[in-house]
Design a binder for this molecule. Structure first.
Ligand code: C5P
Length: 224
């Protein structure tokens, strides 16, 4: 757009995918590359915002001119986000955050001859960072969450987004189609942006940068 309509605002973006260690060489991770979050950080920077990018295991080069906070686990990502939330105008949770982590992390590499043929790894729930932000007292930042869904039907996607928005008390949810090779690791994205009251704010199908600008447009209209 070329507009510096985010000048004077502070935007926090999480990007990438968390890794929860099992032992020193193994982890529970996901397919998020960080491209959409990095595109969001770049778009916010270009629109004049002061941006902090909290990057979990980014597979893409970090953008220039943006404070990068590297994290790996959910606990690290949570600390980084919560410590910056009070000063933020907009928080976009684009990172894919693991819902669970191993209860016990082995200090040495797990060996097949020691653990045998059948192994169970006990998992426990991680805190939901977006829901924690949603529970903050007002004035709190505008909160944008993501939902990666494999549904193809627009109404079903919107309903999933609306449910997530309500459960986490977010302001906007960007519902991302990740079926059929869409979403993860690709340069394009198909996103439906849902607001309060199950409102479909907009649908975007384009580069991750185009999607990023649409999300920031929507976040700006949510500002008090
Ligand atoms: O519930 P679900 O994982 O689908 O929600 C996705 C959204 O919630 C994303 O914005 C993600 O960053 C955020 N999330 C979180 N903490 C978690 C799980 C997801 O902040 N433990």
């Amino acid at each position: 757009s070329g507009a510096r309509d985010l000048a004077g605002t502070t935007v926090v973006v999480t990007a990438g995918g968390t890794r929860e260690p099992i032992d020193p060489v193994r982890f529970i991770g996901n397919r998020s590359s960080g491209r959409q979050g990095v595109a969001l950080a770049e778009a916010a920077r270009d629109r004049g915002a002061d941006v902090a990018l909290i990057g979990a295991n980014l597979e893409v080069p970090p953008p220039v001119g943006i404070e990068l906070v590297p994290v790996s686990t959910v606990a690290e990502l949570r600390d980084a986000v919560l410590s910056r939330a009070a000063d933020a105008d907009i928080v976009v949770m684009a990172a894919a955050v693991s819902d669970y982590r191993p209860v016990n992390v082995a200090h040495t590499k797990m060996k097949k001859d020691a653990v045998g043929d059948d192994v169970s790894i006990e998992l426990t729930a991680n805190p939901d960072i977006l829901a924690d932000l949603g529970a903050l007292q007002h004035p709190r930042p505008v909160l944008v969450g993501f939902a990666a869904e494999t549904e193809a039907d627009a109404d079903a996607l919107a309903a999933l987004g609306a449910g997530k928005l309500e459960r986490k008390n977010a302001d906007l949810i960007a519902v991302n189609r990740v079926d059929d090779g869409r979403g993860f690791g690709t340069s394009d994205n198909e996103v439906l942006i849902v607001g309060s009251g199950s409102r479909i704010v907009t649908t975007v199908d384009g580069s991750k940068r185009v999607v990023a600008d649409a999300i920031l447009d929507a976040a700006l209209t949510e500002r008090p």
